[in-house]
Design a protein around this ligand. Structure first.
Ligand SMILES: [Ca+2]
Length: 98
């Protein structure tokens, strides 16, 4: 089959055309301390509270909780001073794994 190698070459070309650009590694901090949730933390950056500054939503693998870190500074230089565990109807959100 000749079509498979052609498709692979095309797919590789598309992947190379959209290669991501990575920046250096850095620790995210909260109140001046590195944020450490163990393995497999799942961060998402979005303006969750609608104040125009991007916040961090962080999923935690070990207990399935989700933390909200509100950005108290700017989008270019975010600062997180505290977090809250996210709830729905007063109940802590827990997403089981596995
Ligand atoms: Ca915000």
């Amino acid at each position: 089959m000749k079509i498979i190698p052609i498709l692979l070459v095309l797919a590789a070309g598309l992947c190379m055309a959209q290669a991501p650009a990575y920046q250096s590694f850095l620790y995210m901090e909260c109140a001046g301390n590195p944020i450490d949730v163990g393995n497999y933390g799942a961060p998402c950056i979005a303006d969750w509270n609608g104040d125009g500054e991007k916040d961090m939503i962080l999923g935690i693998f070990s207990n399935g909780n989700i933390r909200f870190y509100g950005n108290v500074n700017t989008n270019d230089s975010p600062v997180f001073n505290s977090y809250t565990t996210m709830k729905a109807d007063g109940i802590t959100i827990t997403l089981p794994y596995g």
